[in-house]
Design a protein around this ligand. Sequence first.
Ligand code: GDP
Length: 295
Amino acid sequence: MFNSLSDRLQDTFDKLRGKGRLTEDDINVAMREIRLALLEADVNFKVVKRFVAACKERCMTSEVLDSLTPSQNVVKIVLDELTELLGSTESKLVLAQNRIPNVIMLVGLQGSGKTTAAAKLAHLLKRQGKSPLLAACDVYRPAAADQLATLGGELGVPVYRGDGAHPVDIARGAVQEAVDTLRDVVIVDTAGRLQIDEAMMQEAVDIKAAVRPDQVLMVVDAMTGQDIVNVVSEFAERTDFDGVIMSKLDGDARGGGALSVRQVTGKPIKFVSMGEKPDSLEVFHPDRMAKRILG
Ligand code: GDP
């Protein structure tokens, strides 16, 4: 992901570096190229507009234009703004200290990577010394509970299935099971549909009301492109949530959705998933991602 965007931005920076001193015209040309590169990467146009305006304003100052290393300053400004766009600071998973078990609930569309993200999150928490329990509340996709049970088995994390029960009761049962078996975090995998629908939203609302999660995370497929923004906004309105797990960042999509989501929806990206392996879930660091994109 972001490969073509990276190449184009590097191209622009290379041209600036070749110039030595920079004029206002040079900055204008560079900003136009950056704007096009972002639009072609499928970044939301309002986000692009704001981003380029902010970069330009900071670049068109005498401090930058008259400095000994103007091109380096321009690169630094674009890097800062990109970091800011992605969320500037790392957004941690917030769990209550005095509540055991903590509950983390995952929501999202079917196929977004929810079930695998639940298992990956369990793996990550286990490595941090926690003892998670997975709750299989996706009762509509027949293979989801089996998939979770298999993943849990591989990772040594118990899975509460509550076969045949209503998802709300499964979530409640899982919390009770965690109390009984001394597990300290319950990760609730919920049902998704291919598209947002009322029943799915209501169920997520009901599960949330029943188990009062410490954190609700929305799993978003980075391959979705700009449409991500609409889906995330709709979930934010209905179920509200604390942050995003961006999955499939290892894919070859252009990445515009991933770059737009924070600014358009205000929801921080908390984790990114870059593969199918259990250890492919990482805490999201906006500065590292921005550096990676700029190359
Ligand atoms: P759910 O319907 O939201 O529970 O989605 P799943 O967890 O079943 O994931 C859907 C598909 O995406 C599965 O084939 C996963 O292996 C795959 N997947 C999930 N996360 C990633 C990721 O970060 N990278 C890649 N390449 N594939 C992923």
